[in-house]
Design a binder for this molecule. Structure first.
Ligand code: GLC
Length: 530
């Protein structure tokens, strides 16, 4: 079993290192391509560790790199204990973990326990076996409705559009909350649990520092699989968090998280964060009870519109939900949502607001999850129809464009595609020709760049005692603005989302997202004061 003593001595000592860590999500396909096939890979990530260290992140979250037919770009796993040849091999993974640890960066990996690929050996066996066979019992097979069974067993839509059921040759149907190539596992089956335990140990023994659990509010299904109340939005987003949605947040899920926690407790210094699209604060909190997950992704900041009141409410809910139980987590973007520069209005205004929101996020107590490219200020990309690959596009009858626009490969250097991402310009998603100004190279030495803002902010967050403490105190502020103070260390953060400059709170400016207007805080600007 690996111990944290395999890490360099400076970071090995803190066993709860993740309590205020800054994680960096690497969307593996799009980060760096080492072998010129146009798709990012593990050796590509390894070649950019120097950059990540310079940026100042503590840990990586790698999206799935396991064997997969890539129907959902790796979230359809056919072997969870091997590396897909597209991304490298187990030796490349070991090299990456070793080198990341040398750079004092921890490595966490994504686990996909809700479903497998339809190419997984278990599902292939299930298809080859008759209804009622033990092979089918690892998945959720049912008879259809209607006199000839030609109607799906219930009315659940898939998150990617269309019904959540697909019929097989002998007439039975199987459940897939996502694409048909992602059959849901039956979590009542003991072998399903044992297999996840084996997967956890496999990667922990290889030295990973933790996991991100995909669809951590899924897995358990309600007895009898009752119909759901359908409304617009039931099918079109991963973001469904309706309390009445029987597909998610069922009681049985907590027992699964207790099993995961038990395994992890045998590996001190490791952690698990769940993807939890559950809005109710009390229900959310249940996932981070002391014997369940260490952390839960709270998506309120992602869902908040750009105005001071919504952002403040998102912050208060996120903190309130986990107060006294676990650290809060903060995310502005990930591989499933429109990049925040674009959500906040795109263009110059989007960038200015994204800069302000970076300072708001990085002032907050708890754990930060950055998404690769946000530190470069990348906007979402309007891709042409021919380039779209997200299953949502076809499943929705080409009405929902899906998530490809936030997954375009990272521009590293140079003035034309592939911008140092690869040696081929034929990257898996095309990069916009005009991305030259966004490259890491173009921004590194420019003190006014988004990258410099992130580097400086992360440096303060790590070293300045003003960031101590878990609690916030809110000041009175003009409409469209807020200001809070970290109760422990005293850092003050003020944000102005209104249309006019407002007086600065008292204190000395430590960092600002844009120029100050004398002693006034201009619109779309945030400032840190001590
Ligand atoms: C999660 C992932 C998403 C994936 C889905 C199915 O929501 O973040 O990218 O498509 O699960 O695994």
């Amino acid at each position: 079993m690996r111990r944290s003593s395999d890490l360099s001595p400076e970071i090995a000592e803190e066993s709860a290192w993740w309590l205020d860590a800054v994680f960096y999500q690497v969307y593996v396909r799009s980060f760096a391509d080492s072998n010129g096939d146009g798709v990012g890979d593990l050796d590509g990530i390894r070649s950019r560790l120097g950059y990540l260290e310079l940026l100042g992140v503590d840990a990586l979250w790698l999206t799935p790199f396991y064997r997969s037919p890539m129907a959902d770009h790796g979230y359809d796993v056919s072997d969870p204990r091997d590396v897909d040849p597209l991304f490298g091999d187990l030796a490349a993974f070991d090299r990456l973990v070793a080198d990341a640890h040398e750079h004092n960066i921890r490595v966490t990996v994504d686990l996909v326990p809700n479903h497998t690929s339809n190419q997984h050996i278990w599902f292939q066996q299930a298809l080859a076996s008759p209804p009622g066979s033990p092979e089918r019992a690892r998945y959720i097979f049912r008879e259809g409705r209607g006199y000839d069974g030609s109607q799906p067993p219930n009315n659940w839509p898939s998150i990617f559009g269309g019904p959540a059921w697909t019929r097989v040759a002998d007439g039975q149907w199987y459940l897939h909350l996502f694409a048909p190539q992602q059959p849901d596992l039956n979590w009542e089956h003991p072998e399903v649990r044992q297999d996840l335990e084996q997967t956890l140990r496999f990667w922990l023994d290889r030295g990973v520092d933790g996991f991100r659990i995909d669809v951590a509010h899924g897995m358990a299904k309600p007895d009898g699989l009752p119909d759901m109340e359908l409304h617009p939005g039931s099918s079109s987003a991963v973001l469904v968090d309706d309390a009445d949605d029987p597909r998610f947040d069922n009681e049985g899920v907590h027992d699964i998280h207790r099993m995961i926690r038990k395994v992890m407790d045998g590996y001190p210094g490791t952690m698990a964060v769940g993807e939890i699209w559950v809005k109710d604060d009390q229900r959310f909190a249940q996932y981070v009870r002391p014997d369940e997950l260490h952390l839960g992704f709270n998506f309120r900041l992602v869902e908040a519109s750009y105005d001071a009141d919504s952002i403040r409410s998102a912050i208060e809910h996120s903190l309130g939900a986990v107060a006294g139980i676990a650290p809060a987590t903060w995310t502005l973007s990930n591989h499933d949502v429109v990049r925040h520069v674009t959500r906040y209005g795109d263009g110059a205004a989007g960038v200015q607001r994204a800069r302000a929101m970076a300072l708001v996020e990085l002032a907050l107590p708890g754990v930060i999850y950055l998404y690769n490219g946000e530190e470069l200020g990348l906007p979402n990309v309007e891709l042409p129809d021919w380039a779209l690959q997200d299953p949502t596009w076809e499943r929705s009858g080409r009405t929902e464009r899906g998530r490809d626009g936030c997954r375009v490969p990272i521009p590293w250097e140079g003035g034309t595609p592939p911008f140092g991402f690869s040696t081929t310009a034929n990257t898996w998603l095309p990069q916009p020709n005009e991305w030259g100004g966004f490259t890491a190279e173009a921004q590194l030495e420019d003190p006014g760049s988004m990258l410099s803002l992130y580097r400086e902010a992360l440096e303060h967050r790590k070293t300045n005692p003003a960031f101590a403490g878990d609690e916030l105190e809110w000041y009175g502020a003009p409409p469209g603005c807020f200001a809070f103070r970290r109760k422990g260390g005293g850092l003050i953060c003020a944000l102005n989302t209104s249309g006019a400059s407002v007086p600065l709170p008292p204190g000395q400016v430590l960092l600002s997202s844009g120029p100050m207007d004398g002693d006034q805080l201009p619109p779309d600007t945030a400032v840190w004061l001590v």
